[in-house]
Write a protein of this length. Structure first.
Length: 272
């Protein structure tokens, strides 16, 4: 029997136990996946319990403060300065599988990460989206609310420093053009505040594709605009399942097909 888990605070309702249980079942591995709700002040006291597992995931607010407790980081975790997956053993190694989940979700939806790309938001997930767009040599704009423009400029400066690539920053209220891809990394449209879109329909209908990190509801107003505009789109559920699948690949050396992942996505939809 192998033991895994998710550490975060607060956790609330999480699909992770369901997703990993299904992935373990597909792999034929006997394992359990539990939630570990750990306040930031107690994280150092609880890290030993986590490192005794076969592997664990970390989410807000522990993606950064887990790093000093690890022996090494993979390339993407080091680049982003954030970890969401840890493989335990003689040495604890941190990974970031959010990026792989994002890229596989785009691939599944037939969306190309190329051309003029707008990333909406300046939080942790938007930072990852921005780095991946920069790595793909996109012409990137980070759009943020006025209150978040300084955070967006920090991401811009990090990308310039680490990757040597130039990024533009804009206030979301000033966005007026269409894009090859619009990525929403903000919580706008998330349940229960479902009646809002990060951008107006007139911007989305001038664009070629849309990706929303939100997955509850399944179709945000942002994605409703995308569907009505006839452009390619995806919500964040495939990303969530794929990043979990990549974590399972790291922990157990297993591989999953698109059919496997689509089956898990359907199960998740029925449990939202």
């Amino acid at each position: 029997m192998k033991y895994f888990g998710l550490a975060g605070y607060p956790l609330g309702h999480s699909l992770s136990p369901l997703i990993h249980s299904e992935l373990l079942k597909i792999s034929g591995i006997s394992g359990e996946y539990d939630l570990y709700e750990i306040e930031p002040a107690r994280f150092g006291d609880e890290i030993g319990k986590l490192k005794a597992l076969s592997g664990f995931n970390v989410t807000i607010p522990h993606k950064i403060n887990v790093i000093p407790f690890l022996d090494e980081l993979d390339e993407k975790a080091a680049l982003f300065g954030a970890v969401n997956t840890v493989k335990c053993g003689e040495r604890a190694k941190g990974f970031n599988t959010d990026c792989a989940g994002f890229l596989r979700a785009l691939e599944t939806a037939g969306i190309e990460l190329a051309g003029n790309v707008l990333v909406c938001g300046a939080g942790g997930v938007s930072r990852m989206f921005a780095f991946e767009a920069a790595l793909a040599d996109c012409r990137l704009i980070i759009g943020a609310r006025t209150a978040d423009l300084e955070a967006a400029k920090t991401i811009k400066n990090e990308i310039k420093e680490k990757l040597g690539k130039s990024v533009k920053v804009a206030d979301l209220s000033d966005i007026c053009d269409g894009y090859d891809l619009i990525i929403n990394g903000t919580p706008v449209g998330m349940y229960p505040k479902v009646g809002f879109s990060v951008l107006p329909k007139k911007i989305i209908e001038k664009s070629r594709a849309a990706f929303d990190a939100v997955y509850n509801p399944e179709e945000t107003l942002f994605l409703k605009y995308a569907r009505e505009s006839g452009i390619k789109y995806s919500n964040g559920l495939p990303m969530l399942v794929w990043q979990a699948a990549v974590a399972e690949e790291i922990w157990n050396g297993t591989k999953f097909t698109s059919e496997d992942i689509n089956g898990v996505i359907e199960i998740c939809k029925n449990n939202l």
